[in-house]
Design a binder for this molecule. Structure first.
Ligand code: CAO
Length: 459
């Protein structure tokens, strides 16, 4: 009897690879090319095959171990004649001895090898001197001839744990999808599971709303509310349905973070109220919104990342040199967001008139599609409605949105005493793929400074 230690072959690259699956157990008989363990590195998953036929005597690894080339994996006992011949030949590294076996081709599925690009070098078997301890009941191994070029890794292997036939690439994909391979019907030779089988399984599961396979959104079940009391069912407006789809798309795609602050608008309010008569004379109304628009335009110019958009593939940022700002308008038909153009180039009176005009058009449903396009940033002001704060949802492809809540007079400590100040709560939600906390913090702090001292708007 000869015990042979099989080490990890050249697996390409110096970094280690993790043992993610052990395919054999002590007492198992293995053939040449039969998978022993599956390793996974950052780049690939690969099955490491046995180079000899025999009986597994000892496992030298456990799942989770990090292995490198030369790490001992398994000890195999090759006790029958053919096996010993092969073993001796390989152990000695003798090409001649291998050739004497007839140089027959290894039992490797070449088509699979072509399909799945994971090809570590052959493991190097090393003889182990101590006497083997083979279970008496162990089935004698049946050695197979080895190709003159040495055994290539076999990708079509039997999963001894669950009788699943699949190669490492398919196993890796299944792990990524969270698909239990035992649930997938294989269409390959001998029921082998192919990538196409896995794709089909995932597609069907998504169609059936089966979330166990991963990926699909769990559905909220429909409920017959009439069983609990009287109900009235109404059709949703097209606008409401469109808004719902946009909100969900944003919520699912954009990693949101929301930042909070208060702007001290005491002076701004005094100034604004002093202009009330002027506003009436101009036939308009001066609310805090035009000041907020103007301050946002200045802050966007100073913090251009918040005036950018991310390309769909995430590779580039598009910085816009213009500052068009959307303004959410609450209408009986639903939410609409007309866009005010070139806010950075307009004065407060011009903006005040435009806010009124756009809000009126929105409520009368007279906005044209182009009136709602091209926004770089959005303001959602609930200041006239109330509330102390809310977290708005980013309006992609924009990367940030400002929520404005109702200003209120509050006591503020000035270092010596509490003084009554008018504070306006602001919340900034942003796409954290693009905007970092620092960017958002600088933007919001700058905005608060501008609104707290409107003289800065002219700087
Ligand atoms: N704090 C306190 N008072 C405020 C305020 C604030 N932050 N913002 C506005 N106000 C006051 C205004 O000054 C005005 O009072 P006065 O007439 O006494 O000055 C009053 O509230 C009404 O303002 P308005 O609503 O007529 O005008 P506006 O410029 O403030 O807002 C618009 C215009 C179109 C933004 C607003 O009407 C609107 O539709 N807001 C809703 C936005 C929305 O739905 N967002 C949620 C989107 S997500 O579902």
């Amino acid at each position: 009897m000869a015990r042979v230690q099989i080490d990890v072959p050249d697996i390409g690259g110096s970094e280690g690879a993790e043992v993610i699956e052990i395919l054999v157990a002590p007492g198992d008989t293995v053939d040449i090319d039969q998978g022993l363990i599956v390793l996974e590195s950052d780049k690939a998953s690969m099955e490491i095959p046995s180079t000899i036929a025999g009986t597994v005597v000892e496992l030298l690894v456990a799942e989770g171990d990090e292995l490198v080339e030369g790490s001992p994996m398994v000890v195999v006992d090759a006790s029958d004649a053919a096996g010993e011949a092969d073993t001796a030949a390989q152990a000695a590294g003798s090409e001649d001895a291998v050739a004497e076996t007839g140089g027959a081709s290894a039992d490797t599925d070449k088509a699979e090898l072509d399909r799945e690009q994971s090809a570590p070098q052959s493991p190097t078997p090393q003889p182990v001197t101590p006497e083997p301890t083979v279970p008496e009941s162990a089935t004698p191994p049946t050695a197979k001839p080895v190709a003159a070029s040495g055994a290539e890794p076999t990708l079509a292997v039997e999963d001894h744990g669950d009788s699943v036939y699949a190669g490492p690439a398919v196993r890796k994909l299944a792990r990524e999808f969270g698909v239990p391979l035992a649930a997938v019907a294989g269409s390959g030779p001998h029921g082998r599971i192919l990538k196409e089988d896995l794709h089909g399984f995932v597609k069907n599961s998504l169609g059936a709303g089966d979330t166990k396979a991963g990926g699909a959104l769990p559905k909220v079940p429909d409920v017959d509310f009439a069983q609990f009391g009287e109900v009235e069912i109404t059709e949703r407006s097209k606008l409401d349905k469109l808004t719902a789809a946009n909100m969900q798309r944003s919520w699912l795609n954009v990693p949101h973070v929301t930042q909070f602050d208060d702007a001290d608008i005491t002076e701004l309010e005094a100034f604004r109220k002093s202009l009330k008569a002027d506003a009436e004379g101009r036939g308009t109304k001066l609310t805090p919104v035009p000041f907020i628009l103007k301050a946002c335009a200045v802050a966007l110019k100073t913090n251009p990342k918040l005036n950018s958009s991310l390309s769909q593939d995430g590779q580039v940022l598009v910085y816009k040199k213009y500052v068009h700002i959307g303004m959410a308008v609450d209408t009986p038909a639903g939410l609409v967001v007309p866009v005010l153009r070139d806010v950075d180039r307009k004065g407060i009176w011009e903006l005040a008139a435009e806010v009124q005009e756009m809000a009126a058009l929105a409520r009368e449903r007279k906005l044209k599609p182009q009136d709602m396009q091209g926004g770089c940033f959005t303001i959602s002001s609930l200041g006239s409605i109330g509330g102390r704060g809310f977290t708005p949802i980013v309006n992609p492809p924009e990367v940030a949105i400002l929520g404005v809540s109702k200003a209120a007079v509050q006591p503020v400590w000035d270092g010596e005493q509490f003084t009554p100040r008018t504070l306006m709560p602001l919340t900034l939600s942003y796409d954290h793929r693009v905007v970092n906390g620092g960017d958002a913090g600088r933007f919001l702090t700058g905005l608060v400074a501008l609104l707290s001292d409107t003289r800065r708007l002219s700087l």
